[in-house]
Design a protein around this ligand. Sequence first.
Ligand code: ZN
Length: 293
Amino acid sequence: MFRRVNMFVLLLVMTMAATAQAKMKALIIEGQNNHGVWPKTTQMMKGYLEETGLFSVDVVTTLKSGTDPDFGPTFSDYDVVVSNYNGSPWPEGTKNAFIDYIKGGGGFVLVHAANNAFGNWKEYNEAIGLGGWGGRNEKSGPYVYLNSEGKLIRDATPGRGGNHGSQHPFVVTIRDNKHPVTKGMPGQWLHEKDELYDLLRGPAENMTVLATAYGSKEFGGTGRHEPMIFTVDYGKGRVFHTPMGHGIYSQECVGFITTLQRGTEWAARGRVTQKLPGDFPTADKISKRPSGN
Ligand code: ZN
């Protein structure tokens, strides 16, 4: 009996150890952002990733302004890096290490204003596909959107990159329902109030648009179908990009939460094991999980 109990305990411990080991390691970068809610949104995103049971999450915080000379995480310790950062340039060595990490097969996820960062950093812009503000213009690459026939347009018209109209809830339209991130999502779902980024531009190479949102002119949009969920293959790495996530309310949307959770798993592993939650939004019904913020 004693021996059997011992064996049971041993097996239990081994199983727990294996489960712990199997967790993917994620690193969230924060510290500077023109969105003052960044300390809260970082904690929300950390919680969303942890609640899947798939990730252990570290957070690294830079100095509040200027280039942080000590910012230099060991990216290769992580399966995926998530950026909630929009601020001063990183030290050169850190920039190089970050690009090497993605090119070598690392995962990268960027949310909302993270695509405003580093307008002049060539490799970062190649990795993220599209960005806005930060001095971006026609030299950054084309505007990219879908036309009314659903065709991807690369528009080299001169002009600034990055714009949004007034915040409002908007419909997200799935354009690729076979991709692991969007598989099973309703063809259209209503996203909680957010900034609908438009006029993003960049190299947009090796980019796959999984979902768009229509920038209605009623709210100051472009009248185009703007990329809202997309991926970039960069070297051996996978980049997952959503311009959604402006406010706490935007990030309480179950559509945003699911997109982040699945997108981060995909960036880390190239597959998604998470089922669509039962409270996912529909075409005409917003679904939120109050964060208490
Ligand atoms: Zn914003």
